[in-house]
Design a binder for this molecule. Structure first.
Ligand code: S3P
Length: 740
């Protein structure tokens, strides 16, 4: 396509246009470049630097015989330039520009030519520096930078293609956008910061009391104001050309600045901390925000595979990260409480951070997390504010399902989305009973996310029997019950984790638990409290299984939550013959906790009691590994819920274990595993995890009893529940590493 270009004319020899042609000439030495600039020095310098082959003495002369014309002049000079070159333009010449405002250039073209020019491709590279002029040219300026092209309806797609390819040649990434949207986005992300930088430097430089600023201008001043050294003429033109969008962005900023001024004047620490904590998170994740994505979206583009080498045994005393379920709930209830809640041991995994960000988005001031410490400035049950955007919940089913209940009770509308895995998970299990309570909820086909929840729909309490044993559904309805008229009564078919009930009580809310039935009423209040999150028994599971299957192992896991609704893994491993002791049992903030010592023992196959299934629901991928190493047959039934977790965990484990040579058969609601026993071993192979964190970690554990290396694909999501898994595994004696 770009082969049709053999001669380029560039009008305006500055940093941006100059760097583009300079870099193009390196890639395509066959293209000749003629330049024109009103400043003869710039032309001579461009020629001696090798940016252009020759220069012309008028713009009109420069464009004659060119296949591509690049306009790289200040924006307000474009119109006059178009008038000048108009008579010299051939029908098929392609034109493009590099200016920071597109609407006014589109208008200039129409004014000069009477209609849009199909061969004029409006472009804007998002790169540059405070330096200007041809002497600053940099052939690498655009490498990995975005270039926004804003085609009009009339623009010739072939011309767009040529210009896009010429940008791609110099390493830029081309994106298409419409003109108005471009000008609005750039007003906020580029034009406003330049305006503020100019204004701040001018104010400080003219303030006689601040004479010394330039002597002490190392840190904040320098970082904040670098761009005030940019070309005044160029920016004058940009603010003039994009006046309305800049004024809109400035008005919004002025309003917010006024509020911050007031917070400082009134020593309103909560308001100040709100601005600073939100801004810090936003700045830390700013590249994702620029891409208009959520703050905590996992880096899906980053592919992480594990290589788990055979053998090893575990030793040591250590603590795994905080409980995921309790971490989620601490943010939710802390946000809805009156007063300030301090959380320690918070899980800094992507799932619980998604919940944290959702509440920040709804106006709750949350400090941290810092080394597991979070301070939540509760807003009360009715204090949440409408979030500015869709709540993005990443991989976290718990966030979406529990939030669905809370959101149904709010005055405002909310949309919730998630990643590819969450987008496939069933939400009707919460949407349907919430609808019975009076909520108005839309989902995608078959009850999948996104979920749209309408605000201001009065809820009424219902009496509901869960069709499946699910703590998420139970919790969702109890949280909706905080806002529902009358009593909300939930009965479960089998005991499931009761952290919501315990924590509500911890926050002073009246919850009645009667056998398998839980009742809440609206009208109460949550009172802030402190929460010590125990280590997650689900994360501890990988090490319990690891130590149980690797001869010579002896480890102690500290401060693990042993809530009776979570100890299926302990019961099942003990039935299989594991050597496991609970030490130092105690209660911390309403949750039982213990240190767990596990030593290697020869395991035997069992029929897993169905009543243990909900109590070990997240632990089955690891239990499958234990069963494969056990002597004899293990049978799992009544576990169909495993098919709708972050992946279909029955299928994922059956497929993976078969690759490693295990005799395993999946059934509708479980599996039959013929363990290879003490003499046997896993083979090697490549495991597909379906981006499921627990599948990934389970196969890492399997390597302890493998004869050959196991490669585990797509492990980035381990960060959803177990940041630091690799380091802890290595330190305790496993031979697992991230593939380099
Ligand atoms: C959870 C409940 C369980 C569990 C999930 C966390 C919770 O899900 O699998 O990891 O925190 O309430 P279900 O309610 O779907 O069983």
């Amino acid at each position: 396509m770009t082969n049709s270009i053999s001669r380029i004319a560039i009008i305006g020899l500055g940093l941006i246009g100059g760097s583009w042609v300079f870099s193009l000439r390196e890639k395509r030495p066959d293209i000749s470049v003629v330049g024109f600039d009103r400043n003869v020095d710039s032309m001579e310098q461009a020629k001696s630097l090798g940016v252009i082959d020759e220069f012309a003495f008028t713009a009109r002369e420069a464009v004659a015989n060119a296949d591509l014309i690049i306009l790289s002049v200040p924006i307000l000079a474009v119109r006059e330039l178009l008038d000048e070159i108009k008579p010299a333009l051939s029908n098929d010449v392609i034109l493009t520009d590099v200016g920071s405002v597109k609407g006014c250039v589109a208008k200039d073209i129409c004014d000069v030519f009477g209609a849009p020019l199909p061969n004029f491709v409006l472009g804007h590279p998002i790169a540059g520096s405070e330096k200007s002029g041809i002497q600053a040219v940099d052939p690498l300026l655009f490498k990995n930078h975005k270039v926004i092209i804003t085609p009009l309806e009339e623009t010739n797609p072939e011309a767009v293609k040529v210009v896009s390819e010429l940008w791609a040649l110099v390493g830029a990434k081309v994106e298409l956008m419409n003109v108005a949207h471009h000008d609005e986005v750039l007003a906020a992300t580029s034009h406003l910061p330049h305006l503020l930088a100019y204004s701040l430097v001018d104010t400080l430089a003219h303030n006689h009391e601040n004479k010394e600023i330039f002597n002490y201008a190392a840190g904040g001043f320098r970082d904040f104001t670098r761009i005030a050294a940019s070309s005044p003429k160029m920016w004058h033109d940009i603010f003039t050309a994009n006046k309305q969008a800049v004024l809109d962005a400035l008005d919004l900023f002025t309003h917010d600045l006024g509020q911050l001024r007031q917070a400082v004047a009134e020593s309103d620490s909560t308001a100040m901390m709100g601005v600073f904590t939100r801004a810090k998170v936003a700045r830390d994740h700013f590249s994702k925000i620029l891409a208009r994505r959520a703050y905590v979206e996992p880096m899906k583009t980053q592919q992480i595979n594990y290589i788990a080498n055979p053998g090893g045994s575990l030793s040591g005393t250590f603590r795994v990260p905080g409980d995921k379920s309790i971490s989620h709930r601490s943010i939710m209830l802390g946000s809805l409480a009156n007063g300030t809640t301090e959380v320690s041991g918070f899980l800094e995994g992507e799932d619980s951070l998604a919940t944290l960000q959702a509440f920040r988005d709804m106006g709750v001031v949350i400090e941290g997390p810092h080394r597991g410490r979070v301070i939540i400035h509760g807003v009360g049950l009715h204090g949440l504010q409408v979030p500015p955007n869709t709540l993005y919940l990443g991989n976290s089913g718990t966030s979406m399902r529990l939030l669905a209940g809370l959101m149904a009770g709010q005055k405002f509308d909310v949309e919730m989305t998630g990643d590819e895995s969450l987008s496939k998970r069933p939400m009707n299990r919460v949407a349907n009973p919430l609808r019975e309570m009076g909520a108005e909820i839309d989902t995608a086909a078959e009850g999948r996310p996104p979920m749209h929840i309408k605000g201001d729909k009065p809820l009424k309490g219902i009496t509901y029997t869960l069709p499946m044993a699910s703590a998420q559904v139970k919790s969702c309805l109890l949280l909706a019950g905080l806002y529902a008229d009358g009593e909300t009564v939930v009965t479960e078919p089998a005991p499931t984790r009761d952290h919501t009930e315990r924590m509500l009580k911890g926050f002073g809310y009246d919850v009645q638990v009667n056998g398998d039935t839980v009742t809440v009423k609206s009208g109460g209040q949550l009172t802030a409290t402190n929460i010590d999150v125990p280590a997650d028994i689900s994360s501890a599971t990988f090490f319990m299984v690891a130590a149980s299957i690797a001869p010579g192992s002896d480890i102690t896991l500290e401060h693990v939550g042993i809530n009776p609704t979570r100890i299926g893994i302990i019961n099942i491993l003990r039935l299989m013959g594991a050597n496991l002791q609970l030490l130092n049992e105690r209660e911390v903030g309403g949750e039982p906790v213990a240190d767990i010592r596990i030593q290697y023992a020869q395991l035997k196959g069992i029929d897993i009691p169905e009543d243990q299934v909900p109590l070990a629901i997240d632990e089955f991928p690891a239990i499958f590994i234990a069963a494969a190493c056990a002597q004899g047959k293990t049978t799992l039934t009544g576990a169909e819920e495993l098919r709708v977790k972050e992946s279909d965990r029955i299928q994922a484990m059956v497929d993976g274990l078969q690759i490693l040579g295990v005799d395993i058969k999946g059934t509708e609601d479980g599996a039959i595993i013929n363990g290879f026993g003490v003499e046997g071993a896993f083979g090697g192979g490549e495991i597909v995890t379906h981006h499921d964190h627990r599948i990934a970690m389970s196969f890492a554990v399997a390597s302890l009893r493998a004869a050959k290396p196991i490669k585990i694909l797509d492990c980035a999501n381990v960060a959803t529940s177990f940041p630091g898994f690799i380091e802890l595994s290595q330190n305790s004696g496993m031979n697992v590493a991230i593939e380099s």
